[in-house]
Design a binder for this molecule. Structure first.
Ligand code: PLP
Length: 381
């Protein structure tokens, strides 16, 4: 497509180190490696502050060539609210207030904008629910056809969101890996808008770092505690803070603390054992369906990012997730189980300084399940 090259940017293969032009419609390199987008993000703070409070205020940091290609459903700068949980003061970043009810909209808005810019008319994606619901909505907004591959166990509300937006849904029997494999087969014919493979997605999720930086008046939190499945929020936050560092806006990185469940924790294990995370976990069923990823494709990158910031990985039990859901709900924050894992982690550790916890997914995505879980007797262990 004419005019869709991003000035000063390039796609870099993580396997071979080869660089590729940004006007190519590729989501992986010719040797099958993951691609990263190197993009010269710029921050013009007076202009940024004069713009409306949406993630698109960081326009010069977002990899879209032409304004006419922006695909937005009105992503707000999400509130950063002080709260006291488990006797500790924290800042909650309300990511569930995004248009489709999860932080995935940050990534989808940038990715689908770029897809439109590249002139792509049809995409495929696999998702345990929220990424599919988000992509389906942004594709609907842009008039792009989309096929979403989901596990048979996809929560009903998330499935309804995907269908409502007119996406073609393919339910795949088997685990999350089988779903991804089915989508990748289809990706031979259509562009793979995968939130984990595609290099543009994290250039949307990175805006969470810019918002936190602005909302704290240019100060940095000491730590961010985030749920991690494929790591697109973790890697986005990391990329965002790295770009702020490179631009001279900050002089260090906040610690990134990744949270997984005891039942599915490939990254937490690899971090502890200091070895590759891939293919080593035997996952069990967890109520945190949004992070039930046993083989995250960007595992090495996630481990590096956490190490680089002096952070760590922690795991939480199913009971701790229920306790955290209750702790949040009693204060008015009704989130889906996956979003409560970082609060569950808060209860475990002694975290110093200012801690930011993104609440990643809306409680209305799992209303029956929440009602059931919260009705349970409290002290059962
Ligand atoms: C997708 C998701 C996560 C985890 O994001 P990853 O990119 O897979 O690490 C956490 N919480 C919710 C609600 C999600 O939808």
């Amino acid at each position: 497509m004419l005019g869709c090259e991003l000035p000063g940017a390039r796609l870099v293969c993580r396997k071979s180190g080869q660089c590729y032009a940004t006007d190519l419609r590729i989501w992986k390199s010719p040797v099958g490696g993951l691609l990263d987008l190197e993009f010269p993000a710029r921050f013009d703070w007076p202009r940024i502050r004069a713009r409306p409070p949406t993630m698109w205020r960081y326009r010069e940091a977002l990899p879209i060539a032409g304004d006419q290609n922006m695909v937005s459903l009105g992503e707000p700068v999400t509130p950063l609210l002080a709260a006291r949980l488990y006797g500790r003061d924290v800042l909650l970043k309300l990511e569930y207030l995004m248009p489709t009810g999860s932080f995935k909209d940050r990534g989808s808005s940038v990715l689908v904008s770029r897809i439109r810019e590249l002139g792509i008319r049809r995409v495929v994606e696999d998702s345990s629910g929220n990424a599919g619901a988000s992509l389906a909505a942004y594709c609907a907004r842009a008039g792009i056809e989309c096929d979403i591959y989901v596990p048979a166990s996809v929560p009903a509300a998330k499935l309804a969101q995907i269908k409502a937006c007119g996406a073609r849904v393919h339910r795949v029997a088997g685990n999350r890996q089988a779903v991804a494999a089915a989508a990748r087969r289809a990706a031979g014919r259509h562009y793979y808008a995968s939130h984990s493979w595609n290099p543009y997605f994290v250039h949307g999720t990175k805006t969470i770092a810019f918002e936190i930086f602005e909302q704290l008046d240019g100060r940095l939190p000491d730590a961010l505690i985030l749920p991690v499945g494929n790591g697109t929020l973790l890697l986005g936050a990391y990329l965002g803070f790295c770009e702020l560092l490179k631009a001279g806006c900050i002089d260090r990185l906040p610690r990134l603390v990744g949270v997984q469940t005891q039942r599915c924790c490939p990254l937490a294990r690899a971090f502890k054992d200091d070895r590759s995370a891939r293919g080593k976990a035997r996952p069990g069923r967890t109520m945190a369906d949004g992070i039930a990823v046993s083989d995250p494709v960007r595992a090495e990158q996630c481990l590096q990012a956490v190490r680089q910031t002096g952070g760590t990985f922690v795991t939480v039990s199913e009971q701790q997730i229920v306790d955290a859901l209750r702790e949040l709900a009693r204060r008015g924050f009704v989130v889906e189980p996956t979003a409560a894992v970082s609060v569950a982690a808060l209860a475990q550790g002694r975290w110093e300084g200012t801690v930011v916890i993104p609440l990643t997914g809306h409680g209305l995505k799992a209303p029956q399940r929440l009602a059931r879980l919260l009705a349970r007797k409290k002290c059962k262990r």
